[in-house]
Design a binder for this molecule. Structure first.
Ligand code: ADQ
Length: 747
């Protein structure tokens, strides 16, 4: 029989959910774990709401008619009980919960093996915890696909999908593949590491591209968002700014949304009679001793052993404190099935035993250690009774325990010792900030907390409370969903590749024209972009293709490269050559190059000097000098440095040329300065003027400067853009290979 335990009281913050309902959609929350556990006791099966920040923070949403939660109910799902899948599903559905099944193999591979054994330690900078061998990437991918399928099955038009955490990094991309117009948000609850650490992961690019399937990517702190943007630049080669990046023609937004505690719940509990009694009992039991408190999941990121050693140091320094202080350390059982966690538990428990053995007196035992979960009432009582709270993780995405402690201290008392490596430290500057790797410093801070006067304790706690109470968890969810809505509205349409039917139609137009005139860009259009421009030489296949084409069409090659390079590569071909964006023109083999405009070059020395200083500043950058333009290339510069230097150079160049007819252009990893009178638009205009009546002009290009060609086409002309990015061209191909295939069909 399925018995459903009374759910928590309905929470009253559903503004966003209501707003989405008005728009015809629901919020689909997706996380590895559902916010409940399924328990079996005495033949009855209970679906019990779980505690914890995310579960309580989003309870208001998923219990409303305008939302549902998709995930795994944990190891006690139907596989561990005698429930049939249908019964379990029906029970969960009554609470707007949708089941994703994980079997033992999935738990070992995707959950324990990859999410918790690889991503978790790496993102917390604990590299030596990563197993030597990890063969679980396939399992991670497979289960992410299963989540994506479950979402697509559940989705109705207008729904918003909100994916949570590191277990499901591929899900946004997998959903986007099947539902290009979906509104998708992604929030990471753990730190996003510095790009130097992130790049260790062999699957770094796949994970980033998966996350970038979302419209909005959220983090707890600005520094995680910055790290993510840098990783996207470095690993995906995309031009990400601090808060947005264009991917596949869509704009993806990035931002920080610091999560808060369930303020309402803790404020209510501090008024609760049983909590007050329990607080008084705890204080009495401490018999005037100063009470330190630690509350953590038993996880190696939380810094428990170092905290215990620092506490021991405090007692070693002043043995008189042995009867005057006490530490209650609550360790919530976590990931007990993993060997790493089982041996960590042993390590902590041995340490507690050793310190208690050495530092205990006949009167008291200094550390009171509990390896168990407690009720919300007991937890609040502990927060209220503790003179000082020790939150000392080695790294932590946010750490809600620190904020819950503050939310519980209506008496404006109590000292918070907070690790500088917890996300919460970026908001809670009035706490006593500690370095968890510095045991002596931590012992000093503990002594400082004990000696702190009432006035200082109150001043600090009052300031902390002002901040924490103003940002409760429901406000976090509202802010994220509102930003997601906005991001999806301004995402921009997907730039679809031209489909085979349209290509066929285009081919019919081209083959029925009495004359075809082609204007082709070179780099990025006929050949792929290379790390160094001199590596992008034309291959024999391309030379052959252009030669054959020239027997039936008028072929023009319009490039930004200098004329000697173009002459060297294509001088023998019977095609029109245009170099330096059209400043130079060579009509046919053997004929001389003509300069099409007399452009001043007196500006070049000043610009050259400026570019040279930026070559020196950015290792890998280089200067390219042409007859009437200068280009600063940074394809080989470390990406974050390259972007920063390119932006700075562009600003300075724009000041230098202000008021003159000289333009500063940004291309693929290049900043170029040239006289504004000649561009590829003028090339197309001249070609059109000379073309026979009724000729069809086809222009193909991949860069900003090629947009000038498209704009100059006569009515009926054909513009084809290669690759991603904004473009006025109605046709789009994805690569030089596709361009060559099209040209091949024309022969
Ligand atoms: P966690 O690593 O689980 O969360 P934390 O933010 O501290 O860390 O949240 C723990 C939650 O468990 C708190 O809500 C706390 O009240 C509860 N809890 C702790 N001990 C308990 C006990 N003995 N009994 C019952 N409940 C207990 C991850 C990231 C964090 C991030 C959160 C939210 O690692 O950095 O803050 O997600 O995004």
């Amino acid at each position: 029989m399925l018995h459903v335990q009374a759910a928590h009281p309905q929470v009253q913050y559903m503004n966003s959910a209501v707003a989405y309902e008005a728009a015809g959609g629901r919020v689909l929350i997706v996380s590895n774990r559902l916010p409940v556990t399924v328990q079996e006791s005495g033949g009855r099966v209970e679906i019990v709401p779980s505690a914890g920040g995310l579960a309580s923070g989003l309870r208001g949403y998923y219990q409303s008619a305008t939302a549902a939660w998709i995930g795994w109910p944990g190891p006690m799902s139907h596989a561990g009980t005698r429930l049939s899948r249908r019964t379990l599903q029906a029970g969960l559905a009554a609470h707007n919960l949708r089941l994703v099944d994980l079997d033992q193999r999935d738990v070992e591979g995707y959950y324990d093996g990859f999410s918790n054994a690889v991503i978790w330690p790496l993102f917390h900078y604990l590299l030596d915890r990563i197993p030597l061998r990890s063969q679980n990437w396939d399992a991670y991918r497979r289960v992410n696909q299963r989540f994506a399928d479950a979402i697509v099955d559940e989705m109705r038009p207008g729904d918003v999908v909100w994916v949570h955490d590191y277990h499901l990094m591929l899900v946004p991309g997998l959903v986007r593949e099947r539902r290009p117009d979906a509104r998708i948000g992604y929030f990471l609850h753990i730190p996003f590491p510095a790009p130097e650490v992130f790049r260790i992961l062999p699957w770094r690019r796949e994970l980033l591209m998966g996350v970038l399937g979302a419209d909005l990517v959220g983090f707890h702190t600005p520094s995680y968002a910055r790290h993510f943007a840098s990783a996207v630049r470095a690993q995906c080669g995309l031009d990400a700014s601090h808060d947005r990046v264009r991917v596949d023609g869509r704009t993806v937004r990035m931002g920080h949304f610091p999560m808060g505690p369930d303020v309402e719940q803790f404020e209510r509990l501090t008024q609760d009679a049983t909590v007050r009694e329990e607080t008084a009992r705890l204080r009495e039991e401490s018999r005037g001793r100063f009470l330190f408190l630690g509350v953590d999941r038993l996880d190696y990121t939380k810094g428990i052993p170092r905290r215990l050693v620092a506490f021991e140091r405090l007692l070693q320094r002043d043995p008189g404190l042995r009867d005057k202080v006490r530490l209650i350390q609550l360790a919530v059982p976590s990931r007990g099935g993993m060997r790493e966690y089982a041996s960590f538990r042993k390590e902590v428990e041995e340490l507690v035993g050793r310190i208690n053995g050495a530092m205990g007196t006949l009167e008291s035992v200094p550390i009171h250690y509990l390896h168990q979960s407690v009720t919300a009432e007991q937890l609040t009582a502990l927060y209220c009774a503790a003179d000082a709270m020790l939150v000392t993780p080695l790294r932590d995405g946010m750490n809600l325990v620190a904020k819950e402690y503050i939310a519980s201290r209506a008496d404006e008392d109590g000292v918070l010792l907070l690790s500088e490596f917890a996300g919460a430290a970026e908001e809670l500057g009035e706490a006593v900030i500690i370095n968890p790797y510095d045991e002596n410093g931590m012992a000093d801070s503990m002594a400082h907390a004990m000696a702190m006067g009432q006035a200082e304790r109150t001043a600090r706690m009052r300031a902390l409370r002002r901040r924490v109470l103003s940002r409760p968890v429901n406000e976090w969810a509202e802010r994220f969903l509102a930003a997601l809505n906005q991001a999806a509205d301004s995402r921009g349409g997907k730039q679809r590749l031209t489909d085979p039917d349209e290509i066929e139609g285009l081919m019919r137009r081209v083959t029925s024209a009495n004359r075809v005139v082609l204007v082709l860009d070179y780099d990025g259009t006929l050949v792929g972009l290379r790390e160094m421009p001199e590596l992008a030489t034309p291959d024999a296949g391309l030379l052959g293709l252009l030669t054959v084409l020239s027997t039936t069409c008028d072929v023009n090659l319009a490039s930004g490269r200098p004329r000697d390079v173009i002459e060297g590569w294509f001088g023998n071909l019977p095609i029109g050559l245009w170099a330096e964006h059209g400043l130079w023109y060579r009509p046919a083999p053997g004929e001389p190059w003509q300069k099409r405009a007399d452009v001043p070059t007196d500006w070049m020395p000043g610009i050259r000097a400026q570019m040279e200083t930026f070559v020196a500043r950015a290792p890998g950058a280089r200067l390219e000098e042409k007859s009437a333009s200068l280009a600063w290339h940074y394809r080989l510069v470390e990406p974050a440095l390259g972007e920063a230097q390119a932006a700075a150079l562009k600003r300075e160049l724009e000041q230098l040329v202000a008021g003159r007819a000289i333009e500063v252009l940004e291309g693929h990893k290049v900043i170029e300065v040239r006289q504004a009178t000649v561009d590829k638009g003028s090339v197309v205009r001249e070609i059109v003027a000379r073309a026979p009546a009724g000729a069809l002009v086809v222009a193909i290009g991949d860069d900003r400067t090629d947009e000038d060609m498209f704009a100059a086409l006569p009515p009926g002309g054909v513009a084809i853009r290669v690759g991603a990015g904004d473009s006025s061209a109605p046709y789009r191909l994805d690569s030089p290979t596709a361009v060559r295939a099209l040209l091949g069909a024309l022969t």
